[in-house]
Write a protein that binds this ligand. Structure first.
Ligand SMILES: C[S@@+](CC[C@H](N)C(=O)[O-])C[C@H]1O[C@@H](n2cnc3c(N)ncnc32)[C@H](O)[C@@H]1O
Length: 256
């Protein structure tokens, strides 16, 4: 169901402890009141992107955008929003109708020409594709010179990395999925090896360094998406970062 978007100006400041606490309190709502949860997450996320790149008048592609909460929030910020998703069922989740300006397709092979978009955004999709580097390369390819790529994902060893099978994914993805199936009487929606993969923090930092060295991207920011500013350092610590980053945000610019 649609509901009014939270006013981004009324949210606690980006990078503040209060903002992280607000998000932490909101996460349980994902199950009980998804519209409230996703409206809040979308308003917060759009504000985070706009911190790096004012969005008014820019064409933005949201890879794996889902049922349109992000569409509403990006449009409210003045962007020309184009959504793409691989699953038509996801586009109409929570009783929402398929959003306008939405393309059915895969992040692994984006149906756009090189440099077609001003901003390429993706939230919590990379862990659902078997070749995350390929999706990241596709996002860079379709972004115009001078444009922004904002790519964030839930890494595998995060406490919620196993999605509905967490925390049992720490004992192995296959085990966690089978355990879920035996308890719930159905396979998990996010099935390890099929629709959920072991994407690490180190893996995408390596990709970022490689592409930066090749001059394909400039790194604007690399940070834990939901953490306060004081906790940014966790991304720099091998091992620890896999458990405490939760969600890695890569903010990149395509050089002019
Ligand atoms: C966890 S949801 C994230 C939705 C939204 N971006 C968000 O942050 O709430 C993952 C989305 O990725 C989509 N997805 C999975 N594989 C994809 C692919 N190869 N290409 C594009 N979208 C994909 C799913 O259909 C789903 O809508």
């Amino acid at each position: 169901m649609s509901r009014p978007l939270p006013d981004p100006a009324a949210l606690p400041p980006l990078g503040s402890v209060a903002r992280s606490a607000m998000l932490l309190r909101a996460f349980p709502l994902e199950q009980t009141d998804p519209a409230a949860f996703y409206s809040l997450l979308a308003a917060d996320s759009v504000r985070q992107v706009a911190h790096y790149q004012p969005l008014a008048g820019l064409t933005l592609l949201d890879v794996g955008g889902g049922p349109g909460y992000f569409a509403d929030a990006f449009r409210a910020a003045g962007a020309r929003y184009v959504g793409l998703d691989a699953d038509v069922g996801e586009l109409s989740l929570h009783g929402r109708s398929v959003a306008r300006d939405t393309v059915l397709g895969s992040g692994l092979q984006l149906p756009f020409r090189d440099g077609a978009l001003d901003v390429c955004y993706s939230s919590n999709v990379l862990e659902h594709v078997p070749q995350p580097e390929r999706m990241a390369d596709e996002m860079v390819r379709v972004t115009a010179k001078g444009g922004l790529v904002f790519l964030s994902y839930n890494n595998w060893l995060a406490p919620n990395g196993g999605h509905e099978t967490a925390p049992w994914h720490y004992l192995g993805g296959r085990y966690a999925a089978d355990r879920y199936a035996s308890r719930q009487g159905k396979r998990p929606k996010n099935e390890y090896g099929t629709s959920l993969f072991r994407t690490s923090v180190a893996q995408m930092l390596r990709w970022t360094r490689d592409r930066q060295r090749a001059g394909v991207v400039q790194v604007v920011d690399v940070r834990p998406r939901y953490h306060p500013d004081w906790a940014r350092w966790v991304v720099a610590v091998p091992g620890l970062r896999e458990v405490v980053t939760w969600n890695l945000a890569l903010v990149l610019r395509v050089p002019l």
